[in-house]
Design a protein around this ligand. Structure first.
Ligand SMILES: [Zn+2]
Length: 190
């Protein structure tokens, strides 16, 4: 009789054995992660470490802008490299999970999500299609007609100068003669 022994935390298979570990179950409590999960963990750790170093070097560079940039540039490169490796590892983990679930005859997380949302149910899709057009109206705003003065009515720049003899007070200009509005009493009619 052969047992499949699993890592105790990630619960991935790590070996086949004719006897169970001392736990009495398939779980080997001396091994927390399978080789693949261990690798993923160190990839993530590497990213965290390089990110920290990158931030420190960047802050130093900002404090002492005249100092040599080689270190800051190098740690930035390291950080970028490890971030990429981390992203690739996430993709790999996702892919691995999909394969495991398919092998076990279960849908992937993504497929399960689609099923849950009813996105694969033709009846529901039909209903959605009908609802999409329901109660929808299109409203187009009439553009306001633009109002321009005719070319001949444009005022000469100099007419805006109060000291000019040709000055003509505009619609909102003060006509009291004082040259300004007294706004101390908001209720007084002007
Ligand atoms: Zn694992």
């Amino acid at each position: 009789m052969s047992y499949q022994i699993l890592a105790s935390v990630c619960q991935h298979p790590i070996r086949a054995s004719s006897s169970l570990p001392y736990s009495g179950s398939n779980l080997d409590f001396d091994v927390r992660y399978c080789p693949s999960c261990s690798a993923s963990r160190s990839v993530r750790q590497e990213r965290d470490t390089t990110e920290q170093r990158y931030r420190q070097d960047r802050d130093l560079q900002e404090l002492f802008p005249e100092s040599d940039r080689t270190t800051a540039r190098e740690s930035r490169r390291e950080y970028d490299r490890s971030r990429l490796a981390y992203q690739e590892d996430l993709d790999y983990q996702q892919d691995r999970q999909d394969r495991e679930r398919r092998a076990a005859g279960r849908p992937t997380m993504r497929e399960e999500g689609r099923q849950f949302a009813g996105l694969d149910d033709p009846e529901y899709l039909d209903f959605r299609r009908q609802m999409n057009g329901y109660g929808r109206t299109t409203r187009i705003a009439e553009p306001e007609p633009e109002r321009h003065r005719s070319e001949s009515q444009y005022r000469d720049q100099r007419e805006y100068l109060r000291t000019s003899r040709r000055y003509e007070p505009g619609r909102y200009a003060d006509r009291s003669g004082s040259g300004y509005y007294d706004t101390s009493d908001p209720y007084r009619r002007r």
